[in-house]
Design a protein around this ligand. Structure first.
Ligand code: C5J
Length: 228
C-alpha cells in the first residue's frame, strides 16, 4: 500500500506496520496534570483525539499491531533523573500530589491514557521514563518479536515525545509516517515546524501525511451492526 505523504509516497503493509500512540495521557491532555503545571493550555491537544480514534478503530479492525506509550516514573522516582525533576518552575513537580493523583507517576489516574483512547486487551502499553519511546523500554524487542519494520506515529507532543521517538526509531532503522492531525503541540508554531523538520531534506526522519491519506488506502472497517 502507498500513502500520499510529504516528501513522497510512504509504502507499507498492515502486517509489518505498527500504530504507535504516544503519551495520550490525562497528565498531558486534561486539566490538573503535568502539562498544565508547566503553564500550558491543554485544550490545544484535545483536537487530536477524534482523528486518532478513527485511525485506532481502523487499525484494530485490520488487526494491526497497536502500541500505546505513557511517560512517567515509578512511585519512588528512582527512574527520574534529578535534572528532569528539578528543571523549570512548574506549579507542581513530578511526584507532587495533584487533582489527578501524583504528577507523572505510574499507577496514578493522571498518568493513564484518556478514556477515548483506552488500550484494548492485547495492545502493547509501553511505560517510559523519558521522552523517547525506546529509551529505557523494551519497545524495540517487542516490535522485533512482531516483525514490525514501519511505524505510523501519533500522539503528543509533536516537538517533544513524538519527535524524540521518531528520531530514535529512525536511528534504529524504522520507517516512520507521522500523521499530522493525530499529533499535537501546546505551541502552534512548534507543531508546524516540528512536522516540517521530519519531512525536510527528502524525509530526514520520516514521512508526514494527514490521517485521511492513510485511511484512504486502508480497507474501511465494517461498521457495527452492518451485515457482512
Ligand atoms: C512532554 C511529551 N512534553 N509526551 N512529554 O514533556 O511530549
Amino acid at each position: 500500500m502507498k500513502v500520499t505523504a510529504d516528501p513522497g509516497d510512504f509504502e507499507f503493509d498492515v502486517a509489518t506496520t505498527a500504530l504507535v500512540i504516544i503519551d495520550m495521557q490525562r497528565d498531558f491532555c486534561e486539566p490538573g496534570g503535568f502539562g498544565e503545571t508547566l503553564g500550558n493550555d491543554v485544550s490545544l491537544l484535545r483536537g487530536v483525539i477524534p482523528p486518532l480514534q478513527r485511525v485506532l478503530a481502523t487499525a484494530r479492525a485490520l488487526g494491526m499491531t497497536v502500541v500505546h506509550t505513557r511517560e512517567g516514573h515509578v512511585p519512588d522516582l528512582s527512574d527520574c533523573p534529578p535534572a528532569k525533576l528539578h528543571r523549570g518552575s512548574p506549579s507542581l513537580r513530578i511526584g507532587d500530589p495533584g487533582p489527578k493523583g501524583r504528577i507523572l507517576v505510574r499507577g496514578e489516574y493522571g498518568h493513564d491514557i484518556v478514556d477515548e483512547l483506552t488500550p484494548a486487551p492485547g495492545e502493547l502499553v509501553i511505560d517510559k521514563p523519558g521522552k523517547g519511546s525506546f529509551h529505557g523500554t523494551a519497545l524495540r524487542e517487542e516490535l522485533e518479536a512482531r516483525g514490525i519494520t514501519r511505524l505510523v506515529v501519533t500522539g503528543v507532543t509533536t516537538e517533544v515525545c513524538v519527535h524524540t521517538t521518531v528520531r530514535e526509531a529512525n536511528d534504529r532503522g524504522y520507517e516512520c509516517l507521522v500523521l499530522s492531525d493525530c499529533v499535537g503541540s501546546y505551541f502552534p508554531e512548534f507543531q508546524r515546524v516540528g512536522l516540517a523538520m521530519i519531512a525536510a531534506q527528502g524525509g530526514i526522519f520520516g514521512w508526514v501525511a494527514p490521517s485521511e491519506a492513510l485511511l484512504a488506502v486502508l480497507p474501511a472497517p465494517a461498521l457495527e451492526g452492518t451485515p457482512s
